[in-house]
Structure formats: structure tokens, C-alpha cells
Design a protein around this ligand. Structure first.
Ligand code: ADP
Length: 483
């Protein structure tokens, strides 16, 4: 069976044959030569046909004149007329052919070749001509042949008393045509060579902007993507250059944030380790340290281990959420029930600081969501609302929906977020007040995780805050999941 790979093998492998340069060159060459070749062939064929028709008509006219002369001179009965005999010979020589005169009895009375004189010729064409049927002229091999009737008598009583058989050579005409064809071919070849040269120049000129672009990109890659593309050869390359520059800017931003992330992760992971090292070292340095001190320090070390664990598990969640094509495990969920469940889990934590959690829902809402991921997002928001609250404060969670989205608002009576920090709180490891947050026990990853989950649902998250009144996070999620 024929396989696709086999067909590919037949394609020229050389980069030149696959290049746009070569394609444009072939295209221009074909455009420049094919119509011209077809046109010149058509002109040649029509010229040949016309020339043959003209020769045939010429011979026919001459014969008609001769036939009239022969008829009126009675040459068929008596061939003494030397002028006519001379004219016959002259015409035969002129057309490099042969003229035969046949009388009513089908006897050949004159043959310019002198071969058949006196013989009888019985041929279908001759008999047809005697009957008055016109046979016209036709080309046979290297000759044009025709039969012309010789009429005698006056007006209505005219009868065919003989016929003239003429064959005129087409050799000299064909010779001239051949010469014409050769010179046309020479012209075509020289035009072909000029068109090819022009096609090479033109195709090179057309792909020059692309070559320039390739060279510039190569230069950028060597320079570790420093700098920008600056190509203005033509509108298209200018557009590509601009798009490429925006891609470069994005890449640089990604690289910057990657480096920042790695630095932050290392720093965050090292902090609990440094604390543990200090605690352990100070125990080791004290000889005969009391058991109570051991217990107290071990308690601190255990807390640092918990913190390290928390950072690592938050990081893992974030990495999972960050993946481009994050796969959502979507199902239709009753959102009222879903939020109630989350709040039920968090109420005991809120009670520690005597914080009241209120849930308000205006309607029953069901939507297509990934419960694990969105539960992480809402838990983080409510946990923050509890963590960054005051004693005896409140947290209000409200649910609303329209025909396209559902909206969850998490408001608190807490400390609020300073305006200058609002742009950064969703960034990984960002914390408004590092020392205070550490005391409270955050990793700085909660909001980044929440935003990741919301964005994966093609939703949006917004924050409003005032240092006196507290903070409100608003989450908008489509009711139907958009893949
Ligand atoms: P963390 O683990 O520190 O809570 P998050 O990413 O959840 O990290 O939050 C980032 C920072 O935003 C927090 O450190 C805190 O300073 C601030 N923040 C988040 N939610 C609230 C809130 N409800 N009230 C006040 N500050 C908040």
C-alpha cells in the first residue's frame, strides 16, 4: 500500500527547493513564460493555416483564369496554342507542382511532367467535377491538390468539357514557416532566460525582509533575548516585528517573575529552618539544660516544622493551579449548600476570637464548578476575613446571581488593607505586614491560590478595602463552565 511517508521521500529535501525564494522564482518564471509560449504556438498554428489557405486560393484563382482561357481557346481539342502551353508550364514551375488537363473522355491531353499524356484517368474526384460537384482544394502530404472544371459554350448552355488537375508544392511555404518557427524559438529562449534572471532578482528582493528578520531574531537569540526587533522593510515584517517584541516583553516578565518566585520560595523555606537551627544550637550549647527548657524549645521547633509544612503544601497547591491547561473536575453544584459547608468548617476557628459569621443568600443558585478548587478559594477568603479581623468582629458572606454569573462577597469588620498594597495582595508571598502576618500564621500564598482557582473557572476576583471599615472580596464565576 502507498504510504504518506513514501510520497514525502520524493519531495526535494534541499532547503533551497523548499524555500519561499524558490517558490516565488518558479511562480514568476511560469507567469512570464507559459502564456507567451502558448500564445506564440497559437499564432504559429494559425499563421500556418492561413498561409496554406492563401496559397490554395491563389492556385485556385490562377486555375480559374487558365480554365477560362483553355475553354475559350478550345485547347482541349487542339494543343497548338503555344502561349497557353507556356502559361501552363509557367504556372507549374511557379508552384513547383504539376498540371494535368483531362478532356471529356477522361483522356489526359496535357501533363506538365510529360509522363501521363495520352493515357486515361478514371478517378472519383474527376468524375464528380464533370458532374458539376465542387471538390475544393485539399492538402495531401507536401502538396495542395485541386480539380477545376473547364467550361465551354455560352451562358446557360455551358458544359464541363474538361478538368484541370493541379498539385502545388507547399515546400517553400513550409520552409518559410520553419524559419519563422526557429526564430520564434530563439526569441522564446532568450525571453525565457531574461525572465528567469528577472525572477531570480525579484524573488531575492521579495524575500529579503524575511532574511533580514531571521538574521535579527538570530542575533537576539544569541544575545539572550536582550534588545528588541527593529524591522521596517515592509508593513508585514513591521507587524511581525511588533508582535515579536510584545512576545519578548512577556517572556522577560515571565522570566523576572520566575526568578523572583524562586528567590521568595528559597527565602520562605529557609526562615523556619533558620529558627529551628537557632533553637537547636542554643539547647546544645547549654550544658545540663532543664527538661522544661527542652520541652519549650521542642514545642517551638514543632511549630516551625508545621509552618514549613504549610508553606510546602501551599506551594504545591499553587503550582498545580498555575499549570496552563489546569484540568477542572466540573459538576453541577448547589452553591448555597456548598458555601454553608465551607462556613460550617470555619465557624469553630471564628468562635475562638468571638467572630460572628453570617451567610446571606438571595436565591438558590446551582452552577458548574470544581468543588475542590473553589472550596480552596472561598476557604482562603473566609479564613483571611477571620484572621485579619478584630475580637468580636463579624464576617458576612453573600451570594447572588444573574442569568450568566453567580457572585460571592466576603466582607469583614477587620483591619483593612492599605490602598498602596491592594495591587499586590494577589501576588505570591506578598503580605501587608510581614511580622504581624507571621504572628497570625500566613504564608502569603492564600490569595494567589484563590485567584488561580477563580481564573481557572474563567471568573474574576476584586477587592475593596478601607482601613477603618474592613475588607470586601467579590468573586464572579460563570454559571456554565466555559472550557
Ligand atoms: P496570608 O497567608 O499571609 O494570609 P494571603 O495571600 O492570603 O496570605 O494574603 C496576603 C495578604 O493580604 C495578607 O498577608 C494580609 O496582609 C492581606 N489580607 C488578605 N486578606 C485580608 C483581609 N480580609 N483583611 C485584611 N488584610 C488581608
Amino acid at each position: 500500500m502507498f504510504k504518506m511517508n513514501e510520497s514525502i521521500k520524493f519531495l526535494p529535501k534541499s532547503p533551497f527547493f523548499r524555500s519561499m525564494n524558490f517558490r516565488i522564482m518558479v511562480f514568476l518564471f511560469l507567469i512570464g513564460t507559459v502564456p507567451l509560449t502558448i500564445y506564440s504556438m497559437m499564432v504559429m498554428v494559425s499563421y500556418e493555416r492561413q498561409s496554406l489557405t492563401r496559397l490554395g486560393n491563389d492556385v485556385s484563382n490562377q486555375c480559374q483564369i487558365l480554365a477560362t482561357q483553355i475553354g475559350s481557346a478550345g485547347y482541349l481539342e487542339n494543343q497548338d496554342n503555344e502561349t497557353l502551353a507556356g502559361e501552363l508550364m509557367q504556372m507549374a514551375t511557379l508552384y513547383e507542382g504539376r498540371i494535368i488537363l483531362i478532356d471529356q473522355n477522361l483522356r489526359i491531353v496535357e501533363d506538365t511532367y510529360g509522363l501521363e499524356k495520352g493515357r486515361t484517368m478514371v478517378s472519383e474526384e474527376v468524375i464528380k467535377c464533370f458532374k458539376g460537384e465542387s471538390t475544393g482544394h485539399h492538402v495531401s502530404g507536401r502538396f495542395i491538390e485541386m480539380i477545376v472544371p473547364i467550361m465551354s459554350g455560352e451562358d446557360m448552355g455551358r458544359t464541363t468539357t474538361g478538368v484541370i488537375l493541379v498539385s502545388a508544392s507547399t515546400d517553400s511555404l513550409r520552409g518559410k514557416l520553419e524559419e519563422l518557427r526557429t526564430s520564434a524559438e530563439i526569441w522564446l529562449v532568450s525571453i525565457g532566460i531574461s525572465v528567469l534572471a528577472l525572477a531570480v532578482l525579484l524573488s531575492n528582493w521579495l524575500v529579503r525582509p524575511l532574511r533580514h528578520m531571521n538574521k535579527s531574531i538570530g542575533g537576539l537569540v544569541e544575545g539572550a533575548l536582550d534588545g528588541d526587533l527593529d524591522i521596517h522593510d515592509c508593513t508585514e515584517t513591521e507587524n511581525i516585528s511588533n508582535t515579536f517584541n510584545s512576545l519578548l516583553a512577556k517572556l522577560r516578565l515571565m522570566e523576572e517573575s520566575r526568578q523572583e518566585f524562586v528567590a521568595n520560595v528559597s527565602h520562605e523555606l529557609k526562615t523556619p529552618l533558620a529558627s529551628m537551627k537557632v533553637l537547636a544550637d542554643s539547647l546544645l550549647m547549654q550544658e545540663n539544660a532543664p527538661v522544661e527548657l527542652y520541652q519549650e524549645f521542642m514545642q517551638d521547633i514543632a511549630e516551625e516544622i508545621d509552618r514549613e509544612n504549610l508553606i510546602i503544601s501551599d506551594l504545591l497547591t499553587l503550582v498545580k493551579m498555575d499549570r496552563k491547561a489546569v484540568e477542572l473536575n466540573v459538576s453541577v453544584v448547589d452553591i448555597n449548600e456548598f458555601l454553608e459547608q465551607i462556613l460550617k468548617r470555619l465557624r469553630p476557628i471564628a468562635e475562638i476570637s468571638n467572630i460572628e459569621i453570617v451567610f446571606e443568600s438571595n436565591r438558590s443558585v446551582s452552577a458548574e464548578i470544581d468543588t475542590t478548587k473553589l472550596s480552596l478559594a472561598f476557604s482562603n477568603l473566609v479564613e483571611n476575613a477571620i484572621k485579619y479581623n478584630r475580637e468580636n468582629g463579624w464576617v458576612r458572606v453573600t451570594l447572588d446571581a444573574d442569568h450568566k454569573f453567580f457572585y460571592v462577597k466576603v466582607s469583614d469588620s477587620g483591619m483593612g488593607i492599605p490602598e498602596e498594597s491592594l495591587d499586590y495582595i494577589f501576588e505570591r508571598f506578598y503580605r501587608v505586614d510581614k511580622s504581624h502576618s507571621r504572628e497570625i500564621g500566613g504564608t502569603g500564598l492564600g490569595l494567589a491560590i484563590a485567584r488561580g482557582a477563580v481564573v481557572a473557572h474563567r471568573g474574576a476576583i476584586k477587592v475593596q478595602s478601607s482601613l477603618e471599615d474592613g475588607t470586601t472580596f467579590t468573586v464572579r464565576i460563570p454559571l456554565k463552565y466555559i472550557a
